[in-house]
Design a protein around this ligand. Structure first.
Ligand SMILES: Cc1ncc(COP(=O)(O)O)c(C=O)c1O
Ligand SMILES: Nc1c(O)cccc1C(=O)C[C@H](N)C(=O)O
Length: 446
């Protein structure tokens, strides 16, 4: 037996032990993961749920490590969407705004997401895209900075260009997923602020009494690095500014602690670790005590205190409802609501523990199967700095990912040279991890 085969034997055994001890293993059965069948060919949607029972067999099913881009389909979603379309829309029609709870879905589903990101109820609304919510949050944060952190105008008596107490700078994560940077640039132009891109570690040194708001990512989309949300939020507050966090790559994968750490505003998508489906609506968190001062730059009729009063003047609704804009995207929103049922009885702490075990094991498999020096590890080894993905750099990453996918291991490639592997603890097992590491080794050696 070769040295590599011996290593493989040990890692396969270890994977089996880890899978056997995995308290979340049964959740995999709640997802549709069998790539051997095309769901479109299935005559009965319920077959999807049956299929999911076979997803853990290993043979035939690929290894899906792209839940950090698009989460897998929870098996309960198709039947629920079918009911929303046929009964709620088809039969009840307009009555469904009340009788099927359509009108209140944004705040109801926000409350379902809240415990996953460490927020008490009444602070999150679901709707629009992450990009749009970044815009709302950032402009609202700059406007709040106008009256000082304590809400009293003229904190130090220095009036800025538009009465903003001299606070005329937005700091943005220089390594951010591009959309946040683009939106921040536009928000800065609109509010008369200047925009200063800095890396998260540079933020404390860049803060000043000019800083109005800081837009940061909890986990870096490219490297998978987890940033210090408690420390950075505290530093931003110390400087008298507002912290806006993008949780796209952390929500559903690790504890966020929005209330505990006093985050001001936060946004995130629901199609990654929350498995809401392609283009599922994003969410906006507005900390409870800031809600009376949340002045949305998109004050649509859905956020009016009396939406059906049809008044020409805008009066904002109380609470997180202020974050709503127009008619919610009900089909996507209710698909998301069904997807969130997989979280019933699941704690985010248990998900984090498994996520770290999965990424630790993947790093161990890569070290065993991939020749030294062939890839560079971009994701920090320290647990405190690691999200739920592992990013590896190699010059031929585009070709490597193509061949991985041909061989049944789906991760993704980020320009110019990064391989990303996302680990969704709800449905990824340790056997998947070993297989992905072994196939990666084969591809990189051949
Ligand atoms: C950190 C981050 N922010 C924002 C987005 C995109 O937001 P949107 O839902 O508007 O496409 C993504 C991924 O698409 C992301 O990774
Ligand atoms: N939102 C996406 C889409 O509509 C198509 C393809 C990919 C995405 C993504 O979410 C990409 C993801 N945010 C990333 O981290 O790169």
């Amino acid at each position: 037996m070769s040295e590599l085969d011996l290593k493989a034997q040990k890692l396969v055994l270890k994977a089996q032990e880890l899978d056997a001890a995995d308290e979340l293993a049964a959740l995999r059965g709640k997802f549709v993961l069998d790539t051997a069948s095309d769901p479109a060919d299935l005559e009965d949607l319920e077959d999807l749920a049956d299929l999911s029972g076979r997803a853990g067999d290993g043979d035939g099913a690929g290894v899906y490590l792209d839940g950090n881009s698009l989460g897998a389909l929870p098996a309960a979603v198709p039947a629920h969407v079918d009911d929303v379309v046929r009964r709620q829309w088809g039969s009840l029609r307009i009555r469904s705004w009340d009788e099927s709870g359509w009108w209140t879905a944004p705040e109801r589903i926000g409350d379902r997401i809240a415990p996953l990101v460490g927020a008490a109820a009444g602070q999150i609304v679901v709707g629009d895209s992450t990009s749009v919510n970044v815009f709302k949050a950032l402009v609202a944060a700059v406007r709040m900075a106008g009256d000082g952190r304590d809400g009293r105008d003229g904190r130090d008596g220095r009036d800025g260009r538009d009465g903003r107490d001299g606070r005329d700078e937005i700091l943005v994560d220089a390594t951010t997923f591009p959309t946040d940077g683009y939106i921040a640039g536009s928000a800065a132009r609109m509010t008369g602020c200047s925009l200063r891109p800095v890396t998260p570690s540079e933020v404390p040194g860049a803060l000043s009494d000019r800083t109005a708001a800081v837009l940061l990512n909890h986990v870096d989309y490219r490297t998978g690095r987890l940033h210090d949300l408690p420390g950075l939020t505290a530093a931003v507050h110390e400087a008298g500014a507002y912290a806006v966090w993008d949780l796209c790559h952390s929500a559903g994968a690790l504890p966020v602690g929005l209330d505990e750490y006093g985050v001001d505003l936060a946004v995130g998508c629901t199609y990654k670790y929350l498995n809401g489906g392609p283009g599922s609506p994003a969410y906006l968190y507005v900390r409870r005590d800031l809600q009376p001062r949340f002045d949305s730059p998109l004050p649509g009729w859905n956020s009016h205190a009396e939406p059906f009063g049809m008044r020409p003047e805008y009066t904002p609704a109380p609470g997180a409802l202020r974050g709503r804009v127009g008619t919610p995207d009900i089909l996507s929103m209710l698909a998301l609501e069904a997807a969130l049922e997989v979280w019933d009885g699941v704690t985010i702490e248990s998900v984090r523990a498994k996520s770290l075990a999965l990424t630790d094991f993947f790093l161990e498999c890569v070290a065993a199967y991939v020749p030294e020096g062939r890839v560079e590890f971009l994701t920090p080894a320290a647990h405190a700095e690691r999200g739920s993905q592992v990013a590896l750099r190699c010059p031929d990453a585009g070709d490597v990912m193509k061949r991985l996918i041909e061989n049944g291991v789906v991760g993704d490639f980020r320009h110019p040279d990064v391989l990303r592997f996302g680990f969704t603890p709800l449905y990824v097992g340790f056997g998947d991890v070993e297989r992905a590491g072994r196939v990666l080794g084969d591809v990189l050696v051949s």
